[in-house]
Write a protein that binds this ligand. Structure first.
Ligand code: UD1
Ligand code: MG
Length: 466
């Protein structure tokens, strides 16, 4: 049977000073709890999440079908497990984790499980750095003179000698499920003065039976860190970012400056992708082989094809960019943008619900909304699709090979035929047939010498020489 991961996530997280529940604070694009769930699933565990503070909000963040028992009153870690008893198996192993340890690795859980054997409890411990030895708030692991683990003492209740113990309780445990649920949970007693139920009492119960294993974590100590405030949140984000970036560099991605490269948890990158400094690739983004994302671009939920060049300062959300296209600098692609192969979208061009077929170009200063642009059409500088009349949005279609002159306004709904030519400065309100020339601007009139006369007149009025 798949072992269960019981994730405790009912606490309020007071020190975050936030309306958002602590475990939902995002790190590299997903809430802390999401990272813990990933680690649990990566270790082959089936998660159960205890919720309490802002229970519905935390539940809404869980993958559908995840059991999420309620701890209505947060009366301690032991009480949290008690509240989950109905959702726990009666055989096999239960791993207990906290929802605020986003750096914990699946590999660490796998190792802990594989050494658990027939112990009643395996507790994962770490070492407090020398400098924090006395001040640390972690519960300490007390061993007897022979070094056999006996119990956990909470920092607040520890004697001065116990406070000097550097081995701490990480809050990650494996339990024999039947023993925990049937024999330990019913015996937990509240601890004065706060009346909290401590899960650590189960550790002591296992020691009394000679069935406690305490395993000192022999990897990166960061993994065990709990995040309690925003300073720790930023620190954890930095650690995870470094982990993500290193993995992508080893997978063949070039980063000019990994320290300022922000890649969210579910982003996918191909080999020979190059990322400039200060790039953010947010959740749901995929970048195919050989594409380059220039400095200070922000891409979210985008699919970027092979060989694409996204030039600096481009912002794109929900866009699909076809192979070998060139976007930016300073382009803004909004949701529903679909660029075919070899499309050019240049500086200060905004697109929304816009499909540009292969080879189409909109190189400068343009708004393309609710529009379909045919293959190889050329959209001149300053072209605006007037898609909104104040009440509803309307569509524009531009045929293949059409040429839209600069500073044209296309008043939707409207259709410009294939191969049509719209003269610069036109305000187009009627459909243009294929291969037609549309001229929709005032005819030009030249008055010879009139500029000079006008200057003389104006200068005279102002008492100046022309
Ligand atoms: C607990 C351990 C301590 C250990 C530390 C590791 C106990 C009594 N102490 O301390 O030995 O060193 O973790 O970080 O277990 N939670 C609930 N319901 C509650 C209380 C807590 O779901 O009623 C959840 C919290 O949301 C959090 C986790 O349990 O995710 C740990 O709770 P926290 O209060 O941070 O643990 P400590 O008391 O500091
Ligand atoms: Mg506490």
């Amino acid at each position: 049977m798949m072992p269960t991961a019981l994730i405790l996530a009912a606490g309020r997280g007071t020190r975050m000073r936030s309306a958002l529940p602590k475990v939902l604070h995002p790190i590299c694009g997903q809430g802390m709890l999401g990272w813990v769930l990933d680690a649990a699933r990566g270790a082959g565990l089936s998660p159960v999440v205890v919720v309490g503070h802002e229970a519905e909000r935390v539940r809404a963040s869980l993958p559908p079908g995840t059991p999420s028992p309620l701890q209505a009153e947060t009366l301690g870690t032991g009480h949290a497990v008690l509240c989950a008893a109905e959702a726990l198996p009666r055989e096999g192993v239960i791993v207990v984790l906290a929802g605020d340890t986003p750096l914990l690795r699946a590999e660490t859980l796998r190792r802990l499980l594989s050494g658990h054997g027939d112990a009643a409890c395996t507790v994962l411990t770490g070492l407090i750095p020398e400098a924090d030895a006395v001040s640390s708030a972690y519960g300490r692991l007390v061993r007897d003179v022979d070094g056999v683990a006996q119990r956990i003492v909470e920092a607040a209740e520890a004697s001065p000698d116990e406070r000097r113990i550097r081995e701490f309780n990480s809050g990650v445990y494996c339990f024999d499920a039947a023993w925990l649920v049937n024999e330990v949970l019913p015996t937990l007693q509240p601890h004065p003065p706060k009346g909290e139920f401590y899960l650590t009492d189960a550790v002591e119960a296992a020691a009394r039976l000679g069935r406690l294993r305490a395993v000192l974590h022999d990897g990166d100590n960061d993994e065990l860190a709990g995040v309690n405030d925003r300073a720790a949140l930023a620190w954890a984000e930095g650690r995870l970012r470094a982990r993500i970036n290193t993995a992508w560099m080893l997978a063949g991605v070039t980063m000019t400056d990994p320290a300022t490269t922000y890649i969210h948890h579910d982003v996918r990158l191909g080999e020979d992708v190059t990322l400039g400094p200060n790039v953010t690739l947010a959740a749901g983004t995929q970048v195919a082989v050989g594409a380059t994302i220039g400095a200070s671009c922000v891409l979210e939920a985008c699919v970027v094809g092979p060989g694409v060049e996204v030039l600096p300062f481009t912002h794109a959300v929900g866009a699909n960019i076809g192979a070998k296209s060139r976007v930016g600098p300073y382009a803004r692609l909004r949701e529903g943008t679909v660029l075919g192969e070899g499309v050019h979208v240049g500086n200060f061009v905004e697109t929304k619900k816009a499909t540009l077929h292969p080879g189409a170009k909109a190189n400068h200063l343009t708004y393309l909304g609710d529009v379909e642009v045919g293959a190889k059409a050329n959209i001149g500088a300053g072209t605006i699709t007037c898609n909104y009349d104040g009440y509803a949005k309307h569509r524009t279609t531009i045929g293949a090979g059409a040429f839209i002159g600069s500073n044209s306004a296309l008043v939707a709904p409207i259709s410009i035929g294939a191969g049509a030519l719209v003269a610069a400065g036109s305000t187009v309100v009627k459909d243009v047939p294929d291969d037609a020339l549309a001229l929709a601007r005032g005819p030009q009139v030249n008055h010879p010498g009139r500029a000079k006369e006008l200057r003389a007149h104006l200068a005279g009025k102002a008492g100046k020489t022309p």
